[in-house]
Design a protein around this ligand. Sequence first.
Ligand code: TRP
Length: 511
Amino acid sequence: MSDVAERQQWGSKAGFLMSAIGSAVGLGNIWRFPYVLYEQGGGAFLIPYLVAMFTAAIPLLVLEYTIGSQMRGTSALSWARIRAKYEWLGWLQAFFAGCIMVYYSAILSWAISYTRFAFTMAWGDDPNGFFFGSFLKLSDGPMQIGTVNLAVLAGLVLLWGSAFLVCSRRVRGLEKANLIMMPALFILMLIIIIRGLMLPGAAAGLNTLFTPDFHAMLNPRVWLAAYGHVFFSCSLASGVMVTYSSYLPKKSELTNSACIAGFSNSFFEILCAVGVFSILGFMAGQQGVPATEVATSGIGLAFIAFPAGFNTMGNLGVFFSITFFFALVVGGYTSLLSLMEAFIAPFTEKFKISRRKGYAILCSLGFAASILFTTNGGLYILDIADFFINNFGLVLVGLLEAFIVGWLLKTGYFRELANANSYFKFGRWWDACIRFIIPIMLSSTIMLSIRNLILNGYEGYPMIAMILYGALLIALCFVFSFVLQSKGWAIPVQTAEVQLPPGRGKGKEGK
Ligand code: TRP
């Protein structure tokens, strides 16, 4: 019996969708999108954002779903089935997922510590000093690693241990976790938003957020920011969607599912933006400054600005702190599970080892690697690795996926596979997105990032640290991907059930 026949499956379509949404909805929705929306033209940004959703995120989601569900494999196996020579592209996705997984777990561990601190608001009057000083004991620079932080280490043990227990037997475990945690996250977010909207100053915050700056739409950078953001936010190009969709039945509806997953993520994002800016509006009011002064994103928002804001809320602050950090943990945890699956499952196929064994070995390695981020220099390393992987690694993979399918294989063939069992069929506009819009927008995004990096550096980090933790990391992912491609498979790669896409110019066989 071939591995295809035995392939495990999701328990239900809802389970698959919830898991795909669970991967997409994460820290990015909570702490990245609100600021991007504000910074790139407020309400007016929604137009480039929607255009980017329709012309890049949804088409790529459909492409990844099609590849996974039709090639019946994780990212590496699916690409090996498409063409043996492209197997490395599947591995590259798995390795990037592996890198993100390692530092993502560290951020989640901080959020776990902060959920605990929230009960007593342990950060006191100086959240900034508390975070960098008392909590992380940050060193002076990325080349000074220092020692391990035991509280963060304990959080990591909890995260890796529980993820192992949840996922290592079957995908059904992963599915159950998502089916429970995503609705829970939604409720937590609703609580934050509803209570946030009742705060004095919330309206001012929302005005700051949504007031449209239509001029921004004339700026090409705003459009690139929209493409960059939707791409990141939908968890594309990291193997997650290919691997998740490989557990679908072969004859699955795909186009509608991609729209549901993509737009649920957008809905979540916009809700988060409303919640975050209501709270920022309140904080600005307390400090007597305009909301523009308190707006920030990322780690600074979650671990410094918000705790400072919660301090000014009296008793309500404890309630907001606990709900907020808990939501951060829940939202991030489902993304972490998806990263583990995308990284680990390809190895179990390539070497034909059981899930349990694969998870045991690679979770141990991942845990060991994540200890690096519990050190005093951890935050710097994390920041540099994250910057390189998001701005160069993932975008490059998305570009290559679209380029290979659009120019080296037959786009129309993939469209027919996508449409075969779908309620509504995508027309030739989809081919145009894959062949032109996505390659143009993603390559421009990469070029703009390279230009910025050369002109401005990144956060003033020394060159050696950027090379070591950023460029070298990406280069190593490439090297390992080619090494793995050169090794044989322990399972049959080509099976009768998988139809291979034709190359270009090889007659009409694929139409
Ligand atoms: N989409 C995630 C977020 O919004 C971030 C992310 C990007 C991600 N690529 C991923 C998460 C791959 C899991 C897997 O936070």
